[in-house]
Design a protein around this ligand. Structure first.
Ligand code: HEC
Length: 122
């Protein structure tokens, strides 16, 4: 009788340990995925709401017209802008882009910087 009780207690302990360790694994897996997703959505929203209007009016005259739609330098497409976020900021901040035109106002340069920072968090 004593042995049976011991077996039951051991079985129960094993069950509890198994449950708690597997739920810990889940907790460790979820936050990074959620954060990445939130950072991606934040960068996409910022691109569509704040940066794309500037790119559409000041950049795509050359960057879409001279290249085809799938070209990496078509910055009106989020993935291309994301891949060139640093490069775009450096070009507008140094005044090299938009080519053959005056330097962008600081408020617009700041938006390229903000986008670059958001992309860094993805
Ligand atoms: C008048 C045409 C024109 C406009 C407008 C223009 N670009 Fe460019 N851009 C070019 C050309 C041409 C190149 C190829 C390199 C060169 O000739 O300087 C280029 C190259 C670039 C590069 C790559 C630079 C490198 O050396 O890696 C980036 C990034 C860039 N442009 C960003 C922009 C952004 C952002 C805007 C809008 C604010 C913009 N460009 C507006 C013509 C233009």
């Amino acid at each position: 009788m004593k042995e049976l009780r011991l077996v039951c207690i051991l079985a129960l302990l094993g069950f509890l340990i198994g449950c708690s360790s597997s739920s810990n694994d889940d907790d460790e897996m979820l936050p990074p995925y959620n954060n990445n997703n939130e950072a991606l959505i934040a960068a996409q929203n910022y691109f569509n709401g704040s940066l794309k209007p500037i790119i559409d009016s000041k950049c795509v005259t050359c960057h879409e017209g001279k290249h085809n739609k799938n070209d990496a330098f078509n910055f009106g497409v989020f993935n291309n802008a994301r891949n060139s976020a640093d490069n775009m900021y450096n070009q507008v901040n140094s005044g090299k882009m938009p080519k053959d035109a005056g330097k962008l106002p600081q408020s617009e340069i700041d938006k390229f910087k903000e986008f670059m920072d958001l992309v860094d968090k993805i």
